[in-house]
Design a protein around this ligand. Structure first.
Ligand code: NOJ
Length: 749
């Protein structure tokens, strides 16, 4: 036996005994202590290994780096995480290889579960329109249950980027334009994914992304640079991230963009100073796909060595797919460019989460094929998806109460390229679960058949494609429309027209679909249009001429049933827009909480000297907070418990809301403020609270809000959070423009 062999045996014995001790003491030790003892055993290379995340071989959500020897690297302890690996069999396969590594450190598996796993929920922008925090949280619980049952520990969601530019394809993944609502929804989604406790078998790690300001990409072009003031960053773009931290989110993802010239993945101020120091974030930060290496193309580093140095020193703990950490971190540490303490901090963050998940006790904890089968076919999930889908549909127009339709119509014509589409209903970022076909998705046609197939005659014509100029199907569409009592038309985008790298400069309805509607309208029949899309589109002809419009977004697996429920009044629409719909592409960005300017755009006294367009109103076609119901609501009796307060007081606001129509319904009562005079200019109105209430026909309810100093605070001239004494206008509205009641109060010293 050589000395080398003897040494190796001794070392193995030492590791074995240490691991034994570790597991003996495991019960008593805190996670911090467990991490420390494990890190004492790790070589520098093994530590770096924990910071590498690789893609599995079968699905890619970014430019692929194919590693021929991935298994070998895992066995060598060079990989900490895998993404795009789905199913208990596949995750068990990679985990069993990780268990052959010297220290048996388990892998964590990550996946983009953006709006459901197998049971697909509406896209996040759609669910945000429900303003229903409990339902949103419950939907993410379902997603977490199915995801964890498939062996996956971590979802790359929620995306909490505020966005005010519908040209940007990723607008579909967020919660719209408002920081207050965005923050509430961010917290609800995090709680939904992570459940009561990380390590619970139905929970997955959430990931707040993309940190930060990704939603303000110049020109709405994905990945583009962002030029932003600190004020805008703090006031509008950071609040949902902060809310995610406060809700206990365990991971963050960096954004692809640079902010004012600094790529987020190498931005120490953002990742270290703000996130980890100021906000006290204890979890770990993963780069976006390849973003560490992409700094070379940004041009702030020369090569992969410098890219790795810049990212790890900034506080980016894990490298998704760029391989820069793998090839350079050890050397950088040896060269004194990266302090070992930075590596140790990153590794301990990753290991803590793995301990928390319980993977050291049982690396196959989430790999139970029986549970997988059960949860992927759980009928309760389907029911929840249907309910969430109904709550996400926005009624934009309903002239003469055309909707809801009665169930005894003799003939209904259902026309359009999306009527019989199946997979389209899932929208972008659905998870293609391996081995499962899409036959469980309920098409819109199927939904209508389920609802009234036995009561009415249903006629179908496609009419045209989503794109292209072919009008040869118009005649058939017009012919069946003539035979019908009512025509329902389903048009819109293709599902992959929004999403990552799907920015569009023209966001009108594609192809000849609007012409098809015009042709059908020519029959004089009552027409209801369903618009399917991942973003706000511009559709002025429809908005001005069609009597009834439902914006359905992409509703997921239960789309057909949910749409039928709304069309026939089994669900009274209650959703309200969380992003303004421009009247013209030239208006973008258009959002409700703008400043007045010195020459206010709405001031008609001098039309030549206003901050307005000469050819168009400044107002969007449909504003933030807008959405109709089959019933109507009256607001009355606004009362403030007092009209002045100090920083230690609270003002109670009450308002009575009455359902004056014939149907039971839900209303989202919105509270806005305008800080009339500030040391810096304040927006004309800002959402500060809301409540969604259910009212039976004829019923009244009192809604109360509490105003405290926190609600009046903002980042002052020196970027310090606080409230300034002075007068505030208080507005209660059914939307950001449909203000029903107003009052004023004062904050005094
Ligand atoms: C790139 C996307 O920007 C990000 O949101 C996603 O999580 C990763 N790819 C992984 O698929």
């Amino acid at each position: 036996m050589t000395i080398k062999t003897e040494l190796r045996i001794l070392l193995s014995l030492f590791v074995f005994i240490s691991l034994q001790n570790q597991s003996l003491n495991a019960q008593q030790k805190t996670i911090g202590q467990k991490v420390d003892s494990l890190m004492n055993l790790m070589t520098l290379e093994e530590k770096v290994g924990q910071l590498n995340q690789y893609n599995d071989d079968w699905e890619a959500t970014g430019p692929v780096t194919n590693d021929k020897n991935k298994a070998e690297q895992i066995r060598d302890g060079q990989v900490g995480s895998i993404l795009n690996c789905m199913g208990t069999a596949r995750t068990r396969h990679w985990q069993s290889i990780a268990m052959q590594a010297r220290l048996h450190i388990p892998l964590i598996f990550g996946q983009d579960v953006i709006h459901g796993y197998k049971t697909t929920f509406p896209i996040p922008l759609a669910t945000s329109c429900s303003w229903d925090l409990a339902a949103i949280e419950a939907a993410e619980r379902v997603a977490a249950t199915e995801t964890s049952a498939s062996g996956i520990h971590w979802t790359f969601a929620p995306m909490v980027d505020v966005s005010r530019d519908p040209r940007w394809g990723r607008v579909m993944e967020g919660s719209g334009e408002d920081p207050y609502l965005g923050a509430k929804i961010a917290a609800a989604r995090v709680k939904g994914f992570q459940g009561e406790k990380i390590g619970g078998v139905n929970s997955v790690l959430a990931c707040a992304k993309h940190f930060a300001a990704y939603g303000l990409a110049i020109g709405g072009r994905d990945y583009n640079s962002v030029d932003m003031s600190d004020r805008l960053l703090w006031e509008v773009y950071l609040p949902p991230f902060k809310a995610a931290v406060d809700a206990g989110v365990r991971t963050f993802m960096t954004s692809f963009n640079d902010i004012n010239g600094v790529p987020s993945t190498g931005n120490r101020e953002l990742l270290h100073d703000i996130l980890k120091e100021k906000w006290g974030f204890q979890g770990f930060v993963v780069s976006d796909w390849g973003a560490v290496g992409e700094m070379i193309k940004h041009g702030n580093v020369k090569n992969e060595y410098e890219a790795a140095e810049c990212a790890i020193n900034a506080g980016c703990d894990m490298d998704m797919e760029s391989r820069c950490y793998k090839d350079n971190l050890s050397q950088l540490t040896k060269d004194g460019k990266v302090p070992l303490t930075e590596i140790d901090d990153a590794v301990s963050r990753v290991l803590s989460v793995k301990f928390e998940l319980g993977l050291f006790d049982d690396p196959y904890k989430f790999c139970d094929p029986v549970r997988e089968q059960r949860e992927l076919n759980n009928p309760e999930h389907t029911a929840q998806a249907r309910d969430m889908a109904r709550k996400s549909i926005v009624l934009l127009k309903n002239e003469n109460h055309l909707l809801p339709l009665t169930k005894n119509l003799k003939t209904i014509a259902f026309i359009g390229p999306l009527v019989k589409a199946v997979k389209q209903n899932n929208g972008f970022w659905d998870v293609s679960v391996p081995g499962i076909d899409s036959s469980f998705i309920v098409s819109q046609w199927q939904g209508l058949e389920n609802k009234v197939g036995k009561l009415s005659k249903l006629l179908y014509a496609k009419g045209c494609d989503i794109e292209g100029t072919d009008k040869s199907g118009f005649d058939e569409a017009v012919t069946i429309a003539r035979q019908a009592d009512v025509v329902v038309m389903s048009i819109g985008e293709r599902r992959d027209m929004t999403g990552e790298a799907k920015s569009r400069s023209d966001i009108t309805i594609p192809g000849v679909q609007e012409d098809l509607v015009k042709a059908v309208m020519g029959t004089g029949k009552p027409v209801v249009v369903l618009i399917n899309a991942g973003r706000p589109l511009v559709f002025n002809y429809l908005a001005d001429h069609v009597p009834a419009i439902l914006y359905t977004w992409w509703l997921g697996s239960e789309a057909g049933n949910a749409i039928a429920d709304v069309l026939f009044g089994d669900y009274n629409p209650s959703a309200k827009l969380t992003i303004s719909f421009p009247a013209s592409i030239g208006q973008i960005p258009v959002f409700y909480s703008h400043f007045n300017t010195g020459r206010p755009a709405h001031d008609d006294n001098d039309r030549y000297y206003r901050s307005a367009y000469t050819d168009l109103s400044i107002y969007p076609k449909y504003e933030f907070g807008y959405g109709l119901s089959y019933t109507a609501f009256k607001y009355s009796n606004l009362k403030l418990s007092r009209n002045s307060m100090t920083a230690n007081d609270t003002i109670n606001v009450t308002v009575t809301v009455t359902n004056t129509g014939k149907y039971d319904g839900e209303e989202i009562v919105q509270l806005y403020f305008h800080d009339l005079v500030g040391s810096i200019v304040r927006p004309v109105n800002e959402l500060k609270d809301f409540e969604k209430i259910k009212l039976q026909a004829g019923e009244s309810k009192t809604v109360s809000f509490a105003i405290d100093v926190e609600k009046l605070s903002f980042y002052n001239r020196d970027l310090k959070w606080g409230a300034e004494p002075g007068e505030f206008e208080l507005m209660i509205g059914a939307s950001s423009r449909d203000i029903r009641l107003k009052d004023q109060f004062e904050l005094i010293k």
